[in-house]
Design a protein around this ligand. Sequence first.
Ligand code: RIB
Length: 319
Amino acid sequence: MKPAQGHVFVAGSANLDFVVRAAHVPAPGETVLGRGLELHPGGKGANQALACARAGGAATHMLLALGEDAFAATLETSLRDAGVQLHIVRAQGAATGTAFICVSDDAENAITVAPGANDALAPHHLPPLGEATHLLLQLETPLASVEAYARAARDAGVRVVLNAAPARALPASLLALVDLLIVNEGELAMLAGTDDIAGGLERIGVDDVVVTLGARGCIARSGGVMHVQPAFRVQAMDTTAAGDTFCGALVARLGAGDALSDALRYAAAASALACTRAGAQSSVPTREEVVAMLSGSNDQDSNDHDALAAHCGLAASSC
Ligand code: RIB
């Protein structure tokens, strides 16, 4: 196991987000009239790397692929300004990844990604992981590369964290390389083949799993022990990248040596703050803001804890 003073390495996607706010997200076949168009740096990988550095306070490296266009510079600047050390693959002839996002007035979103240069990330692009404690991966880049990177990390004694988003079926060979899996309810259902959260945890085939549950909070199972972390209550205006903020902050704090329960609480606070701001990377709070929220908040209402446990099919006394 690597020392807690190392860095976090993120390998994944970077997208420029084209965001329109509307009264509601369009249903299939529907057109809605939105308001102004905004452009924000995004992409699950880049959002998580930035959250790791900015919200989590971790030394952070990222492997990403960018196209040969003006969008690339926007993404590069956002990550570098947050202190992320970049390992960039320049994808010749490809466009930088883009995402088309509709955010509704009740803070929900619908996202379509055009991967572009993200598809150029190949197995041989991962540099030596050096003193990395954790490798954080997502699923917006080719699956063969995700698995190759996970295998390289496993061989180097670096802990592999996979945020299995966006949801897709995964080979058992990849899941076998994962030390910590982070999924939302839909992703858990797809991977485990059941809507039942407690049952899904039993069937998923990874020992250590965090399930994020939006405004309810999150649960985790690690070493056979269940943890329940209710969400911090905020007035949400845009939930884009709230999950990414959670993942980056969580891994940053685990890399710093925090216990899982402390890291979950920290990540829950960071994620709640991200919901109060517009955009993806623009919504990620600083470490100081997260610490201020934690020090100003009482422990979450025990009703929230019990309701969350019940939602997950767990006895409140068991976690
Ligand atoms: O998780 C939010 C992100 O998903 C957006 O920034 C968008 O780029 C897509 O990758």
